[in-house]
Design a protein around this ligand. Structure first.
Ligand SMILES: [Zn+2]
Length: 414
C-alpha cells in the first residue's frame, strides 16, 4: 500500500485545545483529523502533547551575538551599546561572525524556530563580511530554518559615508531586504527616504529600527507609514522597538495605531532589549519601554515579539530560544489571561510569519509542515512555563528530537 503520509503525528493537542492526528506529505500538512491506522513512512505517538506551528523570530542580530566578553554593557544605555559594539566590529572576521551566528542558530533551531529574519550590519567598518558569513549559513541551515537577511545600516547612512553604496552591493549580492536605523543618523527622514529608494530599486521589503526612546519625541514611524502608503509598500514594512508608542496620549496612540494598521506596518517588540535599555533615566517608577502590545493588537496592527540580541551590550542575557520572549511578555506587558497568552503565542508565530510574508504558514491543511511538539498538554504552558521542546518538524521532516534524562539521585542516596 502506498503510504498516505511521510510523517504521522498521532494524538497531538492543537493550540485551540482539539486533540487530533496530523499527517504530512511532500513537506505540507496533508490531513488533520482522526487518522488512526493510516499508513505512513514514520509515525510518532505524541501522547496528547501540544503541537504549534514553528516559531518565527522576526528580528535578531546573528552577526553581533555573543559579544559580552569583548564588549560588555556597563552604563546600560543605547549610546554605550552602539559605541562599544562598533568598536568590537572593527575586529570581526568572517570566521568569527560565522562561529557566533552558528551558536545562535543552533539554539534557535533546537528551540523550534523554523523561520527567522536576521539583520546584517553593512557599513564601512565591517563591509560585507557579515553578509558573506550569513549567506553561507543561510544555505547550510536551509533544511532546518528559513533565514531572511536584512542589509542593515546600524551606523546610519548620511553620517556614515560609503554605507549607501555598500547597501546597494549587499542587495545585489543576496540580501533579502533592507533595514535602516533613523534614530542613529543626522536626518531621520532623509535616511528613511534613502532606504525606501533602495527598496524600490531592488523590489525588497523594509525593516526599520525606530523610535527607540522613552518619550514620543521622534515618532518617525508615522513618516515611515506615510511613505509606505505613498509608494505602495503596504504590508512590506516592519519596525522594531517603537518604544515611543508607549508614551503617547490615549488619542495620539489611537491615531498612530490606525495609521500603522492602514499602512500595513508591522511592529516588532524586542522585550529583552527594550526592558534592559529603556527607562534608564528613571530613578523611581521605572518605565518598561515596551510598545503597548495589547493596545496595538486591539487596533488590528500586526505585532511580533522577537529576540533581537543575545549576550551583547544591547542585551547582556538570553539565548536563541524565542519562547523566552513570550515568557517575558506575560509579566512585562501584563498578559497573563488565557486570551492574552494565546495572543502572545500568535506574536511568536502567525504575526511574525505575516511580517516575513512566509507562504503557506500555519496549522491548516496545505500549510508548510513546520511544527513544534512541546512537552506539555496545556497550550498556555508553551508561553507561561516555556515548556521544553520534544520534536521540531521542518517542511515535513523531523529536524530536531530532544531526549532528556534526569536522575533524582538524592531519593535513592546513590
Ligand atoms: Zn535590532
Amino acid at each position: 500500500m502506498v503510504p498516505s503520509f511521510d510523517l504521522l503525528l498521532q494524538g497531538c493537542r492543537l493550540p485551540d485545545g482539539r486533540l487530533v492526528d496530523l499527517g504530512t506529505l511532500d513537506g505540507k500538512i496533508k490531513e488533520i483529523g482522526s487518522l488512526t491506522g493510516r499508513p505512513s513512512h514514520r509515525a510518532v505517538d505524541c501522547g496528547g502533547l501540544v503541537l504549534t506551528p514553528g516559531l518565527v523570530d522576526a528580528h535578531i542580530h546573528l552577526d553581533k551575538a555573543f559579544l559580552s566578553e569583548r564588549a560588555p554593557s556597563v552604563e546600560g544605555t543605547v549610546a554605550e551599546a552602539l559605541r562599544v559594539t562598533a568598536e568590537a566590529k572593527r575586529r570581526f572576521t568572517v570566521d568569527d561572525i560565522r562561529a557566533r551566528a552558528r551558536r545562535a542558530l543552533d539554539q534557535a533551531v533546537r528551540a523550534g524556530t523554523t523561520a527567522m529574519r536576521s539583520h546584517v550590519e553593512i557599513d564601512p567598518i565591517v563591509g560585507l563580511k557579515g553578509l558573506e558569513a550569513l549567506t553561507e549559513l543561510k544555505r547550510e541551515y536551509a533544511r532546518a530554518i528559513d533565514l531572511q537577511l536584512c542589509a542593515f545600516a546600524q551606523e546610519g547612512i548620511l553620517q556614515s559615508p560609503g554605507t549607501e553604496a555598500l547597501l546597494e552591493q549587499a542587495l545585489a549580492n543576496g540580501a533579502d531586504l533592507i533595514g535602516g536605523c533613523p534614530y542613529n543618523d543626522t536626518d531621520a527622514h532623509a535616511q528613511i527616504d534613502i532606504v525606501f529608494r533602495l527598496a524600490r530599486e531592488f523590489d525588497v521589503d523594509v525593516d526599520f529600527h525606530i523610535d527607540f526612546f522613552d518619550e514620543p519625541e521622534h515618532m518617525d514611524v508615522l513618516y515611515v507609514a506615510e511613505q509606505a502608503v505613498r509608494l505602495g509598500w503596504q504590508g512590506r514594512v516592519a519596525v522594531g522597538h517603537a518604544s515611543e508608542l508607549a508614551g503617547l496620549s490615549h488619542e495620539a496612540f489611537h491615531r498612530a495605531a490606525a495609521t500603522l494598521k492602514d499602512a500595513g506596518v508591522g511592529v516588532i517588540i524586542l522585550p529583552a532589549t527594550d526592558l534592559y535599555l529603556m527607562g534608564r533615566k528613571d530613578a523611581r517608577h521605572i518605565r518598561r519601554g515596551l510598545a503597548p502590545a495589547k493596545r496595538l493588537l486591539a487596533a488590528g496592527v500586526t505585532v511580533a515579539v522577537a529576540t533581537n540580541n543575545i549576550l551583547n551590550a544591547f542585551t547582556p542575557m538570553g539565548t536563541g530560544d524565542l519562547a523566552l520572549m513570550g515568557y517575558l511578555m506575560t509579566a512585562a506587558a501584563h498578559m497573563g489571561t488565557d486570551g492574552d497568552v494565546a495572543d502572545i503565542l500568535a506574536m511568536l508565530t502567525a504575526h511574525p510569519a505575516r511580517i516575513l510574508r512566509l507562504p503557506d504558514y500555519g496549522l491548516h491543511v496545505g500549510a508548510r509542515a513546520d511544527l513544534v511538539l512541546w512537552e506539555t498538554e496545556r497550550p498556555a504552558e508553551v508561553v507561561t512555563t516555556m515548556a521544553p521542546r520534544r520534536l521540531v518538524v521542518k517542511a515535513g521532516r523531523l529536524s530536531i528530537e530532544h531526549e532528556r534524562s534526569c536522575k533524582d539521585l538524592w531519593r535513592t542516596g546513590a
